[in-house]
Design a binder for this molecule. Sequence first.
Ligand code: ZN
Ligand code: ZN
Length: 229
Amino acid sequence: MSILDFVFPKFCLGCGFLGSYLCPSCQKQIYRLKRQRCLYCQKASYLGLTHPGCLKKLDIDGVVSLFYYNNLLKKIIKNLKYRLATEVWKEFWQALNPEALKPIVLFKEIVREGVIQPIPLTKTKLRERGFNQAELIARYFQKFFNLPIADFLIRKKETLSQAQLKSKKERYHNLRGAFSLKEKNIDLSGQKIVLVDDVITTGSTVKEAAKVLKRAGAFKVYTLTLAKG
Ligand SMILES: [Zn+2]
Ligand SMILES: [Zn+2]
């Protein structure tokens, strides 16, 4: 125990138990994803790479997610606070099975020279929440990849979950224009970009972000998320 533990006592982010950010009993409730899948056909694929036959021009080239999304992970993400984020993540990873990190170690080989782009929040949402969870997670992933964090995108509107929307038209308008480039005429030719978000469900949000980046010339766009819903 260090002096810091007295000044800032640690509480489990999942259940509030004193002593660590992730208590042993909560640790057991985090399950790593054992198989990565192609975002477009949902069939298994090595490192979540999009099958060549599934990949269209503005599509995402691959998605890696580490854990199954559940209530505990939801709570942990919600409880992340900027000041403690690095500490928390350090402990978080240490507590988990090292196997869980294997996909990112392999993924790193594919990405090599690229940049990490957290999925941004709208200004309103950021003000409301006080922090962007995708950015915190990106900062931690950055330690593994040793890649710079980019700031190419702005989020112009919040999107609803596509599953909540009934008509095709509603779905189309929900996502259209959700993202745009921060610098209008930026040339992303040859860039490899790794989009980072906390959770992926249908993938519609990251797909939309990828389109914007690829239209600006991005060579490859991958996605890395902490959890898969
Ligand atoms: Zn706990
Ligand atoms: Zn596929």
